[in-house]
Design a binder for this molecule. Structure first.
Ligand SMILES: NC(=O)c1ccc[n+]([C@@H]2O[C@H](COP(=O)([O-])OP(=O)(O)OC[C@H]3O[C@@H](n4cnc5c(N)ncnc54)[C@H](OP(=O)(O)O)[C@@H]3O)[C@@H](O)[C@H]2O)c1
Length: 364
């Protein structure tokens, strides 16, 4: 039996994880957390006789993790709110199935120190990182030439910058290949999602930024590729369905069966790749620069992006304003490294204040 604490159980990843857990008697749900959907969380917990439940941060996620004694924490909370659970799992040496990329982006150094102390594993749930993890098979970074992350390009792929000024939240939420929660769907439309993934990959695999490339691959069949120093490239392919990486992380290292069909080549398969358009989608370049700058720049980038995406979804900021708010927040807030979690939380709060004020300024 493997005991699973599922955080973010009412969301897109959370619901798909429940499907996987329900289908495997050897996976036992021991704790659940949700944000605002109390009734739904209570229903899911009652149906599965789960005793440890947190809604809206009560009890705090780190306390929930400690009390429920899981073997694996699946962190599928959205945003910086997932950070305490990431740190708690790593500090306690519990395996962390990580969907919540924002925690690793904002607190990569703190998270890796916690992991070194605790000794647990990070099993990536993000499809690209799960793919890279499988291609890498824990080989040393020295054997790797470079990592290639694929991006679908989102709903606005191919559109020039000036056509993006008036796009609406409804248009941005219509993702061509993946069905996901609203925040990551907007991040995919701006390519910030790929920027966050770039930083996530840097921390997960210990590769410098100049050895991580992003390419646009519209059909989302190839999830990641690793070029090795001997000239070989390994790619991970499959239909875009998050149940595959969720199942891989929860049943690691067994690779349990899922209901998802393997690739069918009988109708032919074309794989196309192109470089991203950084002028139309500046968030990717902003994320790369923040990652390279290090310190708390990725935390500031993430906080400003969360604020700007919320404003865009509320109709209070134009689409192109998201990158502008992020860029100006990065310029305004000091990105010196955080000594501890309190330092980091203070930087996150400062970046949110600045980004909220810039968002208001941009529309008046
Ligand atoms: N969806 C995907 O396909 C996908 C793919 C790769 C990576 N990810 C990553 O996985 C994470 C979740 O994405 P998602 O698409 O599943 O998002 P989502 O559908 O918006 O779900 C977010 C979940 O987080 C919960 N939550 C929010 N604030 C919380 C808090 N303070 N405490 C506890 N729970 C809280 C929500 O609860 P309520 O609904 O009850 O408010 C919900 O269960 C994100 O970091 C995303 O980048 C998602």
């Amino acid at each position: 039996m493997k005991r699973i604490a599922l955080l973010g159980a009412t969301g897109s990843i959370g619901r798909q994880a429940l499907e996987i857990i329900d289908a495997h008697p050897e996976l036992e749900l021991c704790a659940l957390a949700a944000g605002s959907q109390r009734q739904e969380a209570e229903r899911v917990a009652a149906e599965r006789r789960v005793r440890h439940l947190s809604v809206g941060g009560d009890p705090p996620l780190d306390e929930l993790v400690a009390a429920s004694e899981p073997d694996v924490v699946l962190n599928a909370v959205v945003g910086f709110a997932g950070l305490p659970a990431t740190l708690a799992a790593l500090e306690a040496g519990i395996d962390l199935a990580l969907a919540n990329k924002e925690s690793l982006v904002a607190a990569g150094d703190l998270a890796l120190s916690a992991q070194r102390r605790g000794g647990g594993r990070i099993l990536p749930v993000d499809s690209e990182h799960s793919a890279a993890f499988q291609c890498l098979e824990e080989r040393a970074p020295a054997s790797v030439d470079s990592l290639v992350l694929t991006a679908s390009g989102g709903p606005f792929r191919g559109r020039p910058r000036d056509e993006l000024a008036s796009v609406t939240p409804a248009e941005a939420l219509a993702h061509p290949t993946w069905s996901m929660g609203p925040k990551i769907t907007i991040d995919s439309a701006t390519l910030m999602n790929k920027g966050l993934e770039l930083i996530e990959a840097h921390f997960l695999f210990g590769l410098p930024y100049d050895r991580i490339e992003v390419v646009v691959h519209p059909s989302s069949i190839v999830h990641a590729m690793v070029r090795f120093r001997d000239g070989a490239t390994l790619a991970h392919l499959g239909y875009p369905d998050m149940r595959v990486p969720i199942s891989y992380a929860l049943t690691y290292p067994e690779r349990a069966a899922t209901p998802i069909a393997p690739l069918d080549f009988s109708a032919g398969l074309r794989l196309e790749f192109a470089p991203p358009d950084l002028e139309a989608f500046p968030c990717l370049a902003l994320a790369r620069a923040a990652g390279e700058a290090g310190g708390t720049a990725p935390c500031i980038l993430n906080a400003a992006n969360e604020v700007a995406v919320t404003a865009f979804l509320a109709g209070a900021l134009p689409f192109l304003g998201i990158a502008e708010v992020v860029e100006r927040t990065l310029a305004a807030v000091d990105g010196a490294p955080a000594r501890d979690l309190a330092d980091l939380v203070a930087v996150d709060e400062e970046a949110r204040r600045v980004a909220a004020s810039l968002s208001r300024e941009l529309v008046h």
